[in-house]
Design a protein. Structure first.
Length: 374
């Protein structure tokens, strides 16, 4: 059979991609901060010489500062986001053999927690607890009473439930579902997913980050830049520094010093060369920080599980259900009161992040009732 790869849509991936796009705003943000903190000296220079050349030079200084320090900060943050996105994509990808886009038959053998694990190898408590509670209400074994609290019905004892279901129901109805019990419930769901053959523990060779190729490239660039600077600009740069010191000692104002720099383009070119050299050097100095941020991004989304062959097969059905709900229903706008009409499909919509408002509704009611503590 023809095999390919597909990726689940999920909110986590959308948020990380949006953050990566917005990260480019770091450089102009650093420029603006520089402008704010250097406002006093900027005003003094403009009072002494309000010419167009001075204004252009001040703007250039702000741009240079933003590029010099904003670029390093940008590299660090994007390194984190790069590895986080890569790991989320890895978690959300599965191998397909049937290559169908839609599936609409009910999947009663899957709990919301296991369905969530099949989608991106992670249980998300708020979402998956909300979907589970909807499922229990739909089965008639749990009902919500005034104020957001839940109580067990007579059908509970005869219901065919997993251990994680009974634990969740008992803790919710007792009002003792808090941080530690949430973790225990997540562990039960993960154990059941492994026991039922959908997941297995990831081997060491199956997970990890790429090597330090970027570190080697940066180091080589720094060596080349250092030799080039030593050969071309070293003497000129220190001569410039000495000349500026002499002008300052002679009582020249900041505006006059600035005018001197603006009037000598060869000096500006030399400064540009120094900036490039500093950027490469700073990137090398901060590379351990960037590498640490990459590890942090990877670990933040790392899952110790991978899908088995059975899990890959079932993931394709879950993917088809997500597409069906997304493309052919209005379940994203449905509220909790319409559970009777939509039954299991509304449970799937919440589990697969196609309906966020029900999660907010259930969680806010339960927090108000203090059935779940955070």
């Amino acid at each position: 059979m023809k095999k390919g790869k597909k990726v689940f849509r999920n909110k986590k991936l959308k948020q990380l991609i949006l953050a990566r796009r917005l990260s480019w705003l770091i450089i102009p943000a650093v420029m603006i901060l520089y402008g704010i903190f250097s406002a006093g000296s900027t005003v003094r220079v403009l009072v002494e010489d309000p010419s167009l050349g001075t204004v252009g030079g001040l703007v250039s200084a702000m741009v240079i500062f933003g590029l010099l320090f904003g670029t390093i900060l940008l590299f660090i943050i994007r390194k984190y986001l790069h590895y986080a996105i890569r790991q989320v994509l890895k978690n959300s990808s599965f191998v397909t053999t049937r290559d169908f886009e839609y599936y609409r038959d009910k999947m009663e053998e899957l709990s919301p927690g296991i369905m969530s694990l099949l989608a991106d190898l992670a249980v998300e408590p708020d979402k998956d607890i909300s979907a589970s509670l909807l499922q229990y209400e739909n089965m008639g074994i749990l009902r919500q009473v005034s104020g957001g609290a839940y109580e067990i019905t007579q059908k509970y004892q005869q219901a065919d439930l997993r251990d994680s279901d009974r634990f969740l129901i008992e803790q919710i109805t007792a009002g003792t579902f808090h941080g530690q019990t949430v973790k225990h419930w997540v562990g039960l769901v993960e154990t059941e997913a492994v026991k039922e053959g959908y997941l297995r523990d990831r081997q060491k060779k199956e997970g990890g980050m790429a090597g330090c190729g970027g570190c080697l490239v940066t180091f080589l660039l720094f060596i080349v830049s250092a030799f080039a600077f030593s050969w071309y600009g070293n003497d000129e740069f220190f001569a410039l520094v000495e000349q500026m010191e002499q002008m300052r000692a002679a009582g020249m104002t900041e505006g006059q010093q600035f005018q001197f720099l603006v009037g000598h383009p060869e000096i500006l070119l030399l400064l540009l060369w120094v900036i490039v050299f500093c950027l490469v050097g700073l990137r090398l100095v901060f590379y351990p920080v960037m590498l640490a941020m990459g590890v942090a991004g990877w670990k933040s989304q790392y899952s110790r599980f991978v899908r088995t062959e059975k899990g890959e097969e079932m993931a394709e059905y879950v993917f088809g259900m997500q597409n069906f709900i997304h493309d052919f229903s209005n379940l994203s706008m449905v509220d909790k009161e319409q559970l009777v009409l939509w039954n299991d499909y509304l449970v799937y919509a919440v589990t697969l992040e196609e309906n966020q408002q029900i999660v907010h509704e259930i969680m806010s009611l339960m927090k108000k009732e203090k059935g779940i503590e955070r």
